[in-house]
Design a protein around this ligand. Structure first.
Ligand SMILES: [Fe+2]
Length: 262
């Protein structure tokens, strides 16, 4: 019989990855000394898997105290609205605003023809917010680019970086979605490049054990896209072509399969 890939993996003591139920995102669990935290919740349809994985490490959904959303896209937040009604929910204020107002154009749930669900965000984060769990300390880094409300989380004790869709293993970048910006992407990657990171934990695909190389590669790609966009826009001659060129300029080269974030 083929060996089954485990759905929950302990990456470090008390840090787990619950693997994505596609097309949803990975979910990360940090068992803190005082509080249990999820980074993203995945899609609503993936909740039974998340619940079963939590049970494997002795937790129930109600034992999750805090859910930190890396950004406002539906594949990262969907289960939060339907299945974790006792947890405090935190997101960057640019993401929180869109989630609270159910800005479906930006949240991209219509991409999979899924309904937006009312979700209350309790804590509207700013960059440099620190979340102290006793055994872990998470620093919030605002990393807009993929969209405006993206954050990455840096865990300084183990030098880990949780990146959501901002950067994936191999330096893969996400599309610049509605509310995103290529120049913000460049700036965000420049700041992430200054960190001392041992392992990179993205929202999709494999983890990275070569974060320095991957972040540098990602930064080169983002700078290249910015330059290519400038060349593209200089070539514009009529308004009729603007929309198609605009859409093309927001797409990074297609990554390998299994690495496609939303
Ligand atoms: Fe996304």
């Amino acid at each position: 019989m083929p060996e089954q890939t485990p759905k929950i993996v302990e990456l470090k003591p008390n840090i787990y990855q619950i693997r994505a139920v596609r097309p949803g995102s990975h979910v990360y669990l940090l068992k803190g000394r005082w509080k249990n935290v999820l980074i993203d919740s995945g899609m609503a349809a993936g909740f039974p898997t998340v619940r079963d994985c939590l049970a494997e490490v002795g937790l129930r959904p109600r034992d999750i105290h805090l859910i930190i959303l890396t950004h406002e896209h539906f594949d990262h937040i969907g289960a939060t609205a339907v299945s974790f009604d006792t947890a405090v929910v935190a997101a960057h204020r640019f993401a929180a605003n869109k989630i609270q107002l159910q800005d479906e154009f930006v949240m991209m749930n219509k991409y999979f023809d899924l309904p937006a669900r009312p979700l209350h965000v309790d804590i509207w984060l700013e960059g440099n917010t620190r979340i102290e769990l006793g055994n872990f300390s998470l620093s919030i880094i605002h990393t807009p680019g993929h969209c405006s409300g993206c954050i990455s989380l840096y865990e300084s004790a183990n030098k880990l970086l949780f990146t959501g869709d901002t950067v994936l293993a191999g330096g893969v970048l996400s599309d610049v979605c509605p509310s995103g910006s290529i120049s913000d992407y460049v700036n965000s990657l420049e700041r992430l490049n200054t960190l001392n990171v041992q392992e990179l934990y993205p929202g999709h695909g494999r983890i990275s054990t070569t974060p320095s190389e991957d972040l540098q590669r990602a930064l080169r790609k983002a700078r290249d896209l910015l330059e290519e966009s400038k060349i593209l826009f200089e070539a514009l001659d009529t308004k009729a072509t603007f929309k198609r060129l605009f859409a093309a300029a927001r797409r990074f080269p297609t990554p390998k399969k299994n690495d496609l974030p939303l």
